[in-house]
Write a protein that binds this ligand. Structure first.
Ligand code: IPE
Ligand code: IPE
Ligand code: MG
Length: 273
């Protein structure tokens, strides 16, 4: 066991050395998926997977801070997850409350600002109050931001923003011609914050399951077959290294190594016109 730990540390150090410190994503979004399958594979109730998932999240928050990433946005419960058996839903909601109660002082000590994103109205009052006080307590923390998406759905978020804009427009606060991407973005639950450069999804599913539909427009996507409860700092570093090998073009083209070749072709075209 001791040897395993030393080996893990060594692997982490090796991978950390491969990181380009100049190209660390400032904002990483994660779809933490695969808790249930992890538990079922082990012959355990699905809730064991959710419990293990919490300790993995703690490790990944530490790993994010270590590499100087500034914002982590994690998908904890979607607007669609209510259709699960009510016992599992209740377990998850209780888990959020239990974990937040237990961890909030350490979160604050670590100078982490915590924010919950989603429609919190159907949550129990005790959890809503805890969320409110946790957000207020950590509001001025500057080192790191942790966004937890609970009862979050990208479509619901976009519809809500459209409604807010319609209300402002019909009351004359804004004109229809004022509506642009920036204004729309500012009405989203993420409040105009910087889009994630990287989306990680665990458990191999190749879909975004209604997560951050607007904000992920140009994010790099990294999908791993590793189930969330098995995800580690090493897997996280692998995702960042993969991200750093991507060529982000945003609709443009790769920088040209043979610009004069391209130029001479275009000028030959105009001569022949
Ligand atoms: C992700 O794991 C956690 C939540 C959606 C709450 P799942 O519970 O979706 O696990 P799988 O995908 O069924 O294995
Ligand atoms: C997405 O996972 C939601 C969270 C991780 C909270 P799901 O397990 O709900 O997604 P689907 O059903 O496989 O698309
Ligand atoms: Mg799932």
């Amino acid at each position: 066991m001791r040897f395993n730990n030393l080996q893990t540390k060594k692997n982490n150090i090796n991978l950390s050395n491969e990181l380009d410190k100049e190209r660390i994503p400032e904002h990483i979004a994660i779809i933490m998926d695969g808790n249930g399958r992890w538990a079922t594979k082990k012959g355990l109730p699905r809730s064991f997977g959710h419990n293990k998932g919490v300790s993995v999240l703690k490790e990944i928050i530490k790993a994010s801070k270590n590499i100087d990433c500034k914002v982590l946005t994690v998908y904890a419960f979607s607007t669609e997850n209510w259709i699960r058996p009510s016992k599992e839903v209740d377990f998850l909601i209780n888990l959020f409350e239990k974990v937040l109660k237990k961890e909030i002082s350490e979160i604050h000590q670590e100078s982490i600002k915590i924010k919950f994103i989603g429609d919190l109205s159907p949550l129990p009052n005790s959890l809503k109050l805890l969320i409110k006080s946790s957000e207020a307590l950590t509001n001025n923390n500057k080192k790191f931001t942790l966004n937890i998406c609970v009862n979050y759905g990208g479509r619901q978020e976009i519809v809500k923003a459209a409604k807010e804009i319609a209300i402002k427009s019909s009351s004359g606060k804004i004109k229809p011609s004022d509506i642009d991407e920036q204004l729309f973005n500012s009405e989203l639950l993420t409040n105009g914050s910087k889009d994630p450069e990287l989306l990680i999804r665990t458990s191999g599913e190749k879909r975004i399951s209604n997560f951050l539909l607007w904000q992920l427009a140009y994010s790099e996507i990294y999908i791993t077959d590793v189930l969330w409860p098995d995800f580690t700092e090493i897997e996280f570093l692998k995702a960042i290294i993969d991200y750093q090998s991507r060529n982000r073009r945003f609709g443009g083209i790769e920088s040209l190594s043979n610009e004069s070749f391209e130029d001479s072709y275009y000028s030959s075209l105009s001569k022949n016109d």
